[in-house]
Design a protein around this ligand. Structure first.
Ligand code: SF4
Length: 75
């Protein structure tokens, strides 16, 4: 899956880092580091983090149709 964080919106509340620590990490007090391509097994965490972001800075799967690697997992 793909995620994009609009860092101009991000206020560093760290909700996302708390809810999905594998994908989001605070670097220092305010700078957010994130994995733009977290494993699909993290989807639920990441969606929860996106929903919890107070400024809706986290966009999930907005880049469909570009060079998105499709991993064949038919579950
Ligand atoms: S929850 Fe939103 S505002 Fe807070 S650090 Fe994450 S992206 Fe930034």
């Amino acid at each position: 899956m793909r995620i994009v964080v609009d860092l101009s919106r991000c206020e560093g509340y760290a909700q996302c880092a708390f809810l999905a620590p594998d994908a989001f990490r605070m670097h220092g007090e305010e700078a957010l580091m994130y994995d733009p391509n977290p494993d699909d097994s993290r989807r639920e965490q990441v969606l929860r983090a996106a929903a919890a972001c107070p400024v809706q800075a986290i966009l999930v799967d907005q880049l469909e149709g570009r060079d998105v690697p499709v991993e064949a997992s038919t579950s």
